[in-house]
Design a protein around this ligand. Structure first.
Ligand code: ATP
Ligand code: MG
Length: 576
């Protein structure tokens, strides 16, 4: 392919809305073009990479025995009503009407459509196990679309759904997809690590997210260098601190803390460290207020709290509810004698046995000191649980080594669904005794477009992208420095032909531009191999072959007719 025959626009300026490197490079290298917030058009270069990633995903799905299908983006509301998710998905789901006023969703995911499909197609255990997948655009009305393709309103996802006759089969399907994901990300040149995640409504259901570790990642991951334990912060556990068998303390007494609302403010006011305090928050769980207490230097983990309470819904309480439950406004509430004596109180396990703590007094502008949680509150042993977000330095629940917190970009997730969807749809099969049984499901997503950008985030330098060869828009750029010199142009053409014959994607930069411009663009776009063909170089013995990833000062001059084979061995990672 000749540069002048394709459509490449590189930009010198970073886009104004780009906060992270990969977003800047994506736009500057001319891979995508913004249409509106969270909506992007893929330009020819971006499209080539997107297709290569899709192809890797497709090959690995097929290798794992999954079958490709495609289902409509426009999904009838009836399917979503079957599981109740029409009402529970919330504002993230785009809802539209047809001219007959029928409701549809623009699919944010497709469990309902696939479960309905399996119900309609599967009747016998002989058809199981079954895994079906599609690579299809998904729509989510994200609160904050940002970071380019990382969190967009429309994105390409590979979603797969497995159907099994029994729990063992479902387990095999899960790990089959898990290993396929390992291969997909490795083939994309990505280091993606599987991380334990929370099963959400599905109770303790098994699920892993695949994360690309990067400072720009939106998710926190607890990481143990000792044993490899990795869990996202919603799920991560810690080795519980030994109960703090505190020394006996005096009776609680009031301290005026005027205007101090947060733990930081009260701690500063009293000249004490945050862990001398108990942070108390009022939530509403399934319509009822609950107070949760955690050490002053820790944060509540809503997911753990919700699970511990066994609640279907959980949110922070509004002003009126806090006032009615405790007698004070947020900032002055605490577990000792709240206004509503029947208020349920729960606390983080590390507060078990705590004495001499300072808590909100349930009276605006006051705190209580010398609080013994066992003596002065209604808290019983069963009210204590691990309810906080793990922090750097907490101890690994498995090996006891200190945990470090890393940032990750979630590029995929595998999930055991059990019978949540198949039960709702009555998606059954007949077993060998002709009994009707509900299928057991799993679902598996790869964010194909997010993966594209995650590759850039993980593989770039100050000059631009450094594409792994498998997903580069073109693997080789031939820099034709003298396009008007017929002999030189012929040599470039021969190298192009030889490489294309060997199945290598090549672009020949035949523009009438200065070498500096061409090299800058090649570095920015990040072609893995550069071949410089110019009259001067040829007079001095040959063409220059260079890997984008290697040191700039390294030169490799080869005779023109061996350039193609040198390039091929470099692409295969062999010394050349
Ligand atoms: P997140 O927590 O980042 O919002 P999610 O867990 O809701 O993602 P899933 O439902 O697991 O997403 O979807 C499967 C994959 O789709 C994710 O692992 C991610 O790679 C990708 N994805 C999800 N939301 C977006 C988005 N708004 N833009 C781009 N990719 C997305
Ligand atoms: Mg996910």
């Amino acid at each position: 392919m000749k540069w002048t025959k394709t459509l490449i626009q590189t930009l010198r300026e970073n886009p104004g809305d780009a906060e992270i490197d990969s977003h800047k490079l994506l736009v500057r290298a001319g891979l995508v073009r913004k249409v509106a917030g969270g909506l992007y058009a893929y330009l020819p270069l971006g499209m080539r990479t997107l297709r290569k990633i899709q192809q890797i995903v497709r090959e690995e799905m097929d290798r794992a025995g999954a079958l490709e299908v495609v289902t409509p983006v426009l999904q009838p509301s009836e399917l979503w009503r079957t599981t109740g998710r029409w009402d529970t998905m919330g504002p993230n789901m785009f809802k539209v009407k047809d001219r007959g006023e029928h409701d549809f969703a623009l699919g944010p995911t497709a469990e309902e459509v696939f479960t309905d499909m399996a119900k309609g197609v599967v009747s016998s255990y002989r058809q199981l196990p079954l895994t079906i997948y599609q690579i299809q655009w998904k729509f989510r009305d994200e609160t904050r679309p940002r970071f380019g393709l990382m969190r967009s309103k429309e994105f390409l996802m590979k979603d797969a759904y497995s159907f099994d006759a029994d729990a063992d089969g479902a387990d095999r399907s899960y790990w089959n997809m898990y290993h396929a994901y390992e291969r997909i990300f490795a083939r994309c040149g990505l280091k993606a690590v599987p991380v334990q995640a929370d099963g959400g409504d599905m109770g303790d259901s098994l699920t892993h997210e695949f994360h690309v570790l990067a400072d720009a990642g939106e998710d926190g991951i607890a990481w143990c260098e000792g044993c490899g334990y990795a869990a996202n912060l919603e799920k991560a556990e810690r080795r519980a601190d030994a109960p703090s068998a505190g020394a006996p303390c005096a009776e609680p007494s009031e301290v005026a803390t005027p205007g101090a609302k947060t733990i930081e403010q009260v701690a500063a006011f009293m000249g004490l460290a945050a862990d001398a305090f108990v942070k108390s928050l009022v939530y509403v769980a399934d319509g009822k207020p609950v107070m949760v207490c955690v050490p002053g230097d820790r944060d509540v983990n809503d997911v753990k709290l919700k699970r511990f309470l066994g609640a279907k819904s959980l949110a922070l309480a509004d002003f009126d509810t806090v006032l009615a439950a405790t007698g004070a406004n947020a900032g002055s509430v605490g577990p000792v004698k709240p206004a509503d004596a029947s208020l349920r109180i729960v606390a983080d396990v590390s507060l078990k046995g705590a004495t001499g703590r300072i808590v909100g007094a349930n009276k605006d502008g006051f705190h209580l000191k010398d609080v013994d949680l066992a003596r002065d509150t209604s808290l019983k042993d069963a009210d204590f649980a691990d309810l906080t977000i793990v922090k750097e330095g907490d101890l690994c629940p498995h090996c006891g080594k200190p945990i470090v917190i890393k940032r990750g970009i979630e590029v995929g997730q595998v999930f055991k669904l059990g019978t949540k969807y198949s039960g709702a749809f009555k998606a059954t099969y007949k077993n060998d005794k002709l009994e009707e049984k509900v299928m057991i499901m799993g679902c598996y997503g790869v964010g194909v477009s997010r993966t594209l950008q995650a590759i850039i985030e993980q593989s770039h330098d100050k000059d631009g992208i450094v594409w792994p060869a498998a997903v580069a828009p073109y693997q080789v750029a031939v820099e034709l420095l003298d396009p008007d010199d017929a002999t030189v142009a012929k040599i470039a053409e021969d190298i192009e032909t030889a490489l294309e014959a060997a199945g290598v994607d090549v672009i020949v930069d035949d523009r009438a531009e200065r070498p500096g411009v061409k090299f800058k663009d090649a570095d920015l776009i990040g072609f893995p191999v550069r071949v410089v063909v110019g009259a001067k170089g040829l007079a001095n013995g040959g063409v220059e072959v260079k890997l984008r990833s290697e040191d700039k000062s390294k030169t490799r001059i080869v005779p023109p007719d061996s350039a193609a084979s040198v390039v091929r061995s470099l692409l295969q990672g062999e010394p050349a």
